[in-house]
Design a protein around this ligand. Sequence first.
Ligand SMILES: [Zn+2]
Length: 301
Amino acid sequence: MKSTIQFPRFDAELNTDVCDPMNNAELMLTLRLGFTQINPAAGAAEGTYHDYNRATAPTRKIIKWTDAAWTAWKENFVSTAQSFWTGKFWLVNDAGSFPFMARGGQTYIPNVWCRMKIVAQEGTATDNHHAIEVVRLHASESWFGSHERLYDSKDTNLVQKNTDSAGNRVMQRAHVHEVGHLLGLGHVDIGKAHCPASGNTNDAACYGIADDDMRSVMGSGMELRLEHAEPWREAIRAFSVAEAVMGIINPASLLLPLGRLMVGGNPLTAVWPAKMRRHYPRTPEEAAAGTLLTSPPRRAA
Ligand SMILES: [Zn+2]
């Protein structure tokens, strides 16, 4: 069964049709991004644009987009950001949700594989989750002040953002960081003394002081961390509670209250811990015992 819940930042689709004793449910977050070109004024080939589109900020030289450059830029953006974020997390089902019966009558509790898809549309589409403007930088410009909704054409390039304590360069492709923001993630050090949540969370310190934090994709680097599974965890809790309250995901699960009790799971208090490696579906007994299956269990298919 496939069910969709619409969130402000993305659509979430849970697919339990793919479940079998070896394969988990799949949770796809789809972001529809509406891209709009920023071009030099009055149809000119070249012009200027302010960093952050802020009138008091410096200007950079920009050039007019061509159809070919626009298409190529969007395709590269989508494929590289998607491959960075999709398929990296598994959520362990401690809620006893979405039980299914395999051939032979054995019940299984699937875990959830976290996937992500970007749909690039024009800014004029009516169902965009996010609106993004893009300037095309002149060849002589290496930097532009971008933010979550204003990118430059070079934001897909890998560039140095910081230097760690050992003198190593910390590199990042800005667009994968920005997509993290679009998913709802904040900067790595938010909540620490040097980056209080009540202050300006775009301060340099918020991008990480310790080497480890600096290397996070929500800092200045390209590393994924378990906390970056939060958007998928938020979504799966909604599906899990909806199933428990209304039985809308898998009506058959309502016929399995004993299975639910055996797991000891409760959708309202479930944690759905994130893992960065595959975990296999469990029997209710395995789930109740907290057994984690990180290698393929020997089972009749
Ligand atoms: Zn940021």
